[in-house]
Design a binder for this molecule. Sequence first.
Ligand code: ASP
Ligand code: MG
Length: 318
Amino acid sequence: MQELILLPKPLDQLTDPEIKRKACIGKIMTYTLKSLTNTYVTKGFEWLLPVALSQSTDPLWPDPGASIEKRIEVNIYDKLVRTTASMIVHKLVGCSTVYEKLFILSPNIRIEKAERAKTGKHIYEFTQLDFEIRNANSKDIFRLVEDTLCTLIKGLKVECKAELAALHRSDLKIPKAPFKVLDRTDLEAKHGIEWEARICREITEPVWIVNIPREFYDYEDFATGRWDNYDLFMPQYGEVLSGSRREFEYEKIYEKMEREQVRKENYSIILKMAKEGRLKPTAGAGMGMERIVGYITGVEHIGECQPFPRVPGNVHEL
Ligand code: ASP
Ligand code: MG
């Protein structure tokens, strides 16, 4: 049974104590953005500006975690464009051409089913720190993310000590890297389909969950059926990041699109570049900013980490 949770309120409806609490979360969000972007810039990543409308966006399919109620498509200049579901396609093209290492604070619009309001983990617009590296593998991504996360939490404990105390989060632990790696198939064999909830309760350190069947762009070994992808789970919380090593070979991408009935016309640049050998092997991931700050602050609903909450099923004036 899902517990009842309080939904985040719009700014104009907050009481004085709620305004103070919201301000603490705002400070922690600011520090988080500063620390994470600083780590990526320092490590030589290019910071790309986001786009909100494109012909091509993340299919979000097939993904066992997706629950999309509506896809937003609109005509501009006689062309059909979609609101950004994720900038995965832009990352693959950008990383294969100009930007060897890139990151974006990317808008992600995913109109989740209204019933997901009560999970506390879903919002219909969120911001993802999305990054991609040419010629990288999963291990490279693990070490990078572990480093950014440990640096962030270490810094927060000093720079946002008062805010963490006000939110009763002084006990926030600096994680111990490297994080453990668990295979989804083992978890399923052990815990059945409830593995996600079980693992969140059991772990005391962040863990990598690998080998999850999902979209065509994640790398799948056709010989073994193993996926070279990963989610990062935080203890007593859940997933805050997902990513993969990428497919870059034309035949594989084509076959997966056929298999999954993905509309090839929406991915013609990916297909063309792959055919011409211009799509490079890359790896990357995206970290949900409201999710990671939700973990840090211990809020009931990640919409509390947004100034203007985007709770599924709840539309306000702002
Ligand atoms: N941006 C991707 C997503 O939202 C994550 C990734 O890099 O694979 O699924
Ligand atoms: Mg994905």
